[in-house]
Design a protein around this ligand. Structure first.
Ligand code: ITT
Length: 186
C-alpha cells in the first residue's frame, strides 16, 4: 500500500506534531507521526540536541524523518530555561517561571528542525521574539499561556501562532529546501 505521507515527524510531543503537520500541510508536505521518546544529549546547544535526536529517530524508523528541538530563552534569566525547557515545564511550570521573571520580560522561542535520511543530516533554525506575560492567559500547551508574540496575545490565545511561531519559521526554511531537493531528484 502506498504511504499517505512524505516523511515522518518523530517526537513524544503530540502538540509539536500537530502544529508541524498543519504548517507543512499548508506548504504541500504530508507529515506522518512516529511517536517515541528520543535520546536527548546533555548539551546547551539546541542544534546538537536536535542532531542527536534525528540520528536516533532515523535508526529506529528507517525512513526520512524530521525532529525538532525547541526552547524558551528569557533574557532576564540569562536565557533560562533554553535547552532545559521541557524539564522546567514539567517541574516548576508556568507558575514557577512567572515567579522568577523580573521586570525585564523580553524572551524568545527558538526552534531547530533537523532532517535525516541516513545519508544527509541537515538543520534549519529560527526564532520569534516576544515577552513573558504577567499572568497566564488561555489554555494552550507548554509555555503558550505565558509567551506573548507580535500580536500582543499569548500564543495560547493567538490565531496567528502557526503563521508566525519559531516552529513555523524553521519549518518554512526546511520546506523550501526539501521541496527543491525533491524536485531535483525526480
Ligand atoms: P520531543 O523531544 O520528544 O520532540 P519535547 O516536548 O521534549 O518533545 P523539546 O525538547 O523540543 O520537545 O521541548 C521543548 C519544550 O519547550 C516543550 O516540551 C514545551 O514545554 C516548550 N515549547 C517548545 N515549543 C513550544 C511552543 O510552541 N509552545 C509552548 N511550549 C513550547
Amino acid at each position: 500500500m502506498p504511504l499517505s505521507y512524505d516523511l515522518v515527524f518523530a517526537s513524544s510531543n503530540r502538540h509539536k506534531y500537530s502544529e508541524a503537520r498543519q504548517i507543512l500541510g499548508s506548504l504541500g508536505i504530508k507529515l506522518g507521526f512516529f511517536r517515541c521518546r528520543l535520546e536527548e544529549l546533555q548539551s546547551d546547544s539546541l542544534a546538537k540536541i536536535a542532531a542527536g535526536k534525528a540520528k536516533d529517530a532515523f535508526s529506529r524508523c528507517k525512513r526520512p524523518v524530521i525532529v525538532e528541538d525547541a526552547g524558551l530563552f528569557i533574557d532576564s534569566l540569562g536565557g533560562f530555561p533554553g535547552p532545559y525547557s521541557s524539564y522546567v515545564q514539567d517541574t516548576i511550570g508556568n507558575r514557577g517561571i512567572l515567579k522568577l521573571v523580573g521586570s525585564k520580560r523580553s524572551a524568545r522561542f527558538v526552534s531547530v528542525v533537523t532532517y535525516c535520511d541516513g545519508r544527509l543530516l541537515k538543520s534549519f533554525d529560527a526564532s520569534v521574539s516576544g515577552h513573558i506575560s504577567r499572568r497566564q492567559s488561555g489554555s494552550g500547551w507548554g509555555y503558550d499561556p505565558i509567551f506573548v508574540g507580535s500580536d500582543s496575545e499569548t500564543f495560547a490565545r493567538s490565531r496567528l501562532k502557526n503563521e508566525s511561531s519559531h516552529r513555523y519559521r524553521a519549518l518554512k526554511k526546511f520546506s523550501s529546501w526539501y521541496l527543491r531537493t525533491q524536485k531535483s531528484t525526480c
